[in-house]
Write a protein of this length. Sequence first.
Length: 426
Amino acid sequence: MEALHPGYLVGLLIFLLACSAFFSSAETGLLGLNRHRLRQHAEKGHRGAKRAKALLEHPDRLLGTILIGNNFVNILASAIATVLATRLWGEVGIAIATLGTTLALLIFGEITPKTLAAIRPELMAYPFSRPLAQLQKILYPLVILLGWISNGLLRLAGIAPQDKGIASLTSEELRSMLHESGETLSPNHRGMLLGILDLERVSVNDIMIPRNEVVGLDLDETMEAMVELLRSTSHTRLPVFRGDINRIEGVVHMRHIAHLLTRNRLTKENLREACQKPYFVPENTPLAVQLIQFQQQKRRIAIVVDEYGDVQGIVTLEDILGEIVGEFTNRDHQFAADIRAQEDGSQIIDGAAHVREVNKTLGWQLPSDGPRTLSGLITEALQNIPDCGVCLSIGRYRLEILETSGNRVKNARVWTADARPSPTYD
């Protein structure tokens, strides 16, 4: 090396810096690839993606090849820089070579290429995968030897090298990815995907139509009253019961009795014959499970019962799909009427409004793991039926009872603690 012209040494030093930049950018680019996008590109036949995917299937070998190559060129660059500096400046050249090589390797061999690879991983990883794959074949015996030694040291430390961890994403990680997707997904598509993930968190009793709001046919009523209900209802499926909804006899589809209804030939007997056997589900069934059960049972409506078998309400396939894509009916407009915004920032809310729907509409976090309605939430907090004018706090929310009816709160005024409107009593 002493006989080489300084110009050759400078050229070799620049080449080694380029090699260092290659290994650094290849490492950051390959390890920074989005694995799901990489899989999609590989399945579409992209050659660079296929090579990168093959390299990443054995990360220990990949890192071994990169580290061997990177350390070799860095050490060789330091040696050449030292020889060149001592020939030019003598003994002081050693200090100059150390400082200069360190700065050059950091700027041109590490920071700059790694930053570029982190910003554009595919731009670096795909083309660099070809020479890296060839180099891995050449260095394979050395990589295997060093890997064997490294794995042995890991085993001595009580770490199993074959444990690569779980590569699959959890639902929380998927939810975070969707929230951070930015403009990649439209707000509607993002809302649908988040709605699907939320099906595991929500149970049937959170979205069911409560029994006091169920529209059904009571066989104890007169035929004229039932026909009038059938002609005026907007529902296609109605529960049929006798006297009380707990004595349900079936579910009738309007399609099965439409011809009898139009000809005024409908009787209680053929109404019962047109009924389908009722389908009962527990009130705590997760929506994700219920959606699959609707598909398996080929049903679109279910009767929700509690642990004692008492009917609590009904849930439909439309209700579950509405959690994903939004309401199909005018129920959301009906619910919007339950919340009336006031000029001072407070909200007057109907006591029968579901707490979960209040939270969804207003972006609040009222407790929703207990009573389902605002009236029930207030009653539970006070441990009694409140009078008008009573005020209470639930977390950061302030509530004022405006009107009661019988044993429930008819409506209340609700505001957040930071709004601080002046309470008004009726």
